[in-house]
Design a protein around this ligand. Structure first.
Ligand SMILES: [Zn+2]
Length: 341
């Protein structure tokens, strides 16, 4: 081993080590347990006594110069690496911050909450029920004959023979009456499912708000008054409502409810909301069919009468904001949704 070449080559390697990790490898090669210089120092003891002093002095000088160079290079590299890290991680507190967008309730949710608020103001209590319910509560106890067309698998999503994705929120009428004695003033909102082909006014999943009132002496006049108050809150203080005879299995008599158009002068001129009719259909309703009371305990049809209604929240939202196609409400295109934020 030639001390001069170990020193010159060592100093050269130290000088060109690009970072602290590489320098550590150089340190091991030059001064590690198996480094030639270290081995030579260890062998000093086996040399003749007269050679030991001069040889030891040379080797120790080489070691000291390498150690000093390693320490110096290490400080240099550490400082450079720190500089570099600081430059990379620097946060400029004077830059404008990234804006965090605030969320807001979806138009369907907003509209639903608004409707429920009106109903709470009229004394209704909010209930919540499952989207999966029994065939019994969805159809049988709501007076749907076994042959009723909506019971078919082409119209309704069946989980199994006895279980469906509810086709309306009306099972909540049965759940409510099963769980409490009259009088009842209940409102509920939730998703419903029907095997409809989607178009501008139908989607396979939709949101319904249902109301049920059962008390002594309730009549169609109370239903009309309730819906008039609702219509005036939602569509404007000078709205009128109109009831048209209809059929639903679980109400008798049943009606479809129209609200006077809020978009036009109602003089027959073209109107995109009412199509010149002057009236807009908003929901279905009726007096609770006394047969329903036979499916629950404690509701004597001689003592109690009731009324109920169901409305599509998407339809109400689309009408109020002149959204021509309710599928748009489910597409969640932010360019549309953000207009309702
Ligand atoms: Zn109109």
């Amino acid at each position: 081993m030639n001390p001069d070449s170990v020193q010159s080559e060592g100093l050269q390697a130290i000088a060109v080590a690009p970072d602290t990790a590489a320098l550590e490898q150089v340190r091991i090669a030059l001064l590690g347990r198996k480094a030639p210089l270290v081995l030579a120092l260890r062998e000093l003891g086996s040399l003749p006594p007269e050679d030991r002093g001069p040889r030891g002095k040379v080797l120790n000088q080489v070691r000291q110069s390498l150690e000093a160079a390693l320490d110096a290079r290490e400080s240099e590299l550490e400082a450079a690496e720190l500089d570099d890290r600081l430059r990379r991680d620097r946060i400029d507190v004077t830059l404008p911050g990234a804006r965090v967008e605030r969320g807001f309730a979806h138009l369907i949710e907003q509209t639903g909450r608004e409707i429920l608020e009106v109903l709470v103001g009229l004394g209704y209590r909010i209930s919540d029920g499952p989207e999966v319910d029994t065939v019994y509560r969805n159809f049988d106890a709501l007076n749907h004959a076994p042959t009723h067309p909506t019971r078919q698998a082409t119209d309704t999503y069946y989980i199994d023979e006895h279980t469906v994705l509810r086709t309306h929120t009306s099972p909540m009428q049965i759940r409510t009456m099963q769980s409490q004695p009259p009088p009842v003033y209940m409102a509920t909102m939730g998703r419903c499912y029907r095997r409809d082909t989607p178009d501008a006014t139908h989607t396979a999943m939709f949101t319904q708000i249902e109301g049920l009132a059962v008390d002594r002496g309730l009549s169609l006049a109370h239903l009309k008054g309730t819906l008039l108050a609702f219509a005036r809150e939602m569509f404007g203080a000078d709205r009128e409502v109109r009831l048209r005879p209809h059929f639903f299995p679980f109400t008798e008599p049943s009606v479809e409810v129209d609200v006077s158009c809020f978009n036009c002068a109602r003089d027959g001129s073209p109107c995109r909301v009412c199509k010149g009719e002057g009236w807009v259909e908003v929901l279905g309703a009726g007096m609770v069919d006394p047969a329903l009371f036979g499916y629950v305990e404690g509701y004597d049809p001689e003592l109690w009468t009731g009324y109920a209604w169901g409305m599509g929240v998407e339809r109400i939202a689309a009408l109020r904001h002149a959204v021509p196609d309710i599928r748009w409400l489910w597409e969640n295109d932010l360019r549309l949704m953000e207009q309702f934020g």
